[in-house]
Design a protein around this ligand. Structure first.
Ligand code: NDP
Length: 248
């Protein structure tokens, strides 16, 4: 098993759900963390609790991944001690609505496309060159089962996650000949704030999504991410699909 002790791990969407769970598992293994999201207070609370529990070295970034200039500036202005990123976890993402395509909202579409696809691309574009230069690194993209199968009303969200799948596969091809690894971790239903965000804060509607299914937890997904990153250096796990036992 590869150690992540003192490795610099950059996690987008670290303020809740899968991103926060990844922060915890990597902190427990002695990694240094760059945690990025828009909700500053959430990031600070997470950093405080990881600091208390694991004395983790943490750098926080308030960052909207949709903002190409902000991403560029955030990466190029990292303090030198934080500049050599070893592991990038492209996790920030969201779904909006469950509308039929011909009834969908442009604003919802743009939010999903800009976050799930363009945000992931911006981070990758600015962080991977440093990995190539140093001849080391691992990019983990959080995709979804939605990138493999489409469900009613999932049209645009599924499209963004199909794009993440293609981008992960493409990046793997682009990095052949280097030791940099690329993994796509594609979960089924996970109980996080995801459903609430999807329905614009309608908690009641959000809980109906999980009826009849025992969803995965954010920790289940973080475990898989950690497993992929800690395989021996010659092993690249290209893609993992993990599903609740009772989800079709
Ligand atoms: P959460 O809603 O709990 O977390 C989403 C995270 O993304 C938050 O930390 C949020 O932070 C961040 N985020 C959203 N938009 C932006 C933005 N513009 N800039 C920066 N950060 C942003 O949901 P999950 O943990 O479930 O989602 C994490 C990933 O897992 C997503 O990519 C999602 O598509 C994927 N996924 C989730 C599944 C599920 O059932 N939950 C299933 C399959 C995949 P903030 O709002 O503070 O910016």
């Amino acid at each position: 098993m590869l150690s992540v002790q003192d490795q610099i791990v950059f996690i987008t969407g670290a303020s809740s759900g899968i991103g926060a769970a990844c922060a915890k598992i990597f902190a427990g293994a002695g990694a240094k963390l760059i945690l990025a999201a828009r909700r500053w207070e959430r990031l600070q609370n997470l950093a405080d609790s990881l600091n208390k529990e694991f004395a983790t070295d943490i750098h926080l970034l308030q960052l909207d991944v949709r903002d190409a200039k902000a991403v560029e500036s955030a990466i190029s202005n990292l303090p030198s001690a934080w500049a050599n990123i070893d592991i990038l976890i492209n996790n920030a993402g969201l779904s909006r609505g469950l509308d039929k395509l011909h009834q969908g909202s442009f604003q919802d579409w743009e939010e999903m496309i800009d976050t799930n696809i363009k945000g992931l691309l911006y981070l990758t574009r600015h962080i991977v060159p440093g990995m190539v230069e140093r001849d080391r690194g691992h990019v983990v993209n959080i995709g979804s089962i939605a990138g493999h199968q489409t469900y009613p009303g999932g049209n645009v969200y599924c499209g963004t996650k199909a794009a993440v799948k293609a981008i992960s596969e493409g990046l793997k091809q682009d990095l052949l000949g280097t030791p940099i690894r690329v993994t796509s971790v594609d979960p089924g239903m996970v109980e996080t704030e995801f459903s609430e965000v999807r329905f614009h804060g309608d908690t009641q509607r959000a809980t109906t999504v999980y009826q009849g299914v025992t969803p995965l937890t954010a920790d289940d997904v973080a475990d898989v991410v950690f497993f992929c990153v800690t395989r021996p250096a010659h092993v690249n796990i290209n893609q993992v699909i993990l599903m609740p036992v009772d989800q079709a």
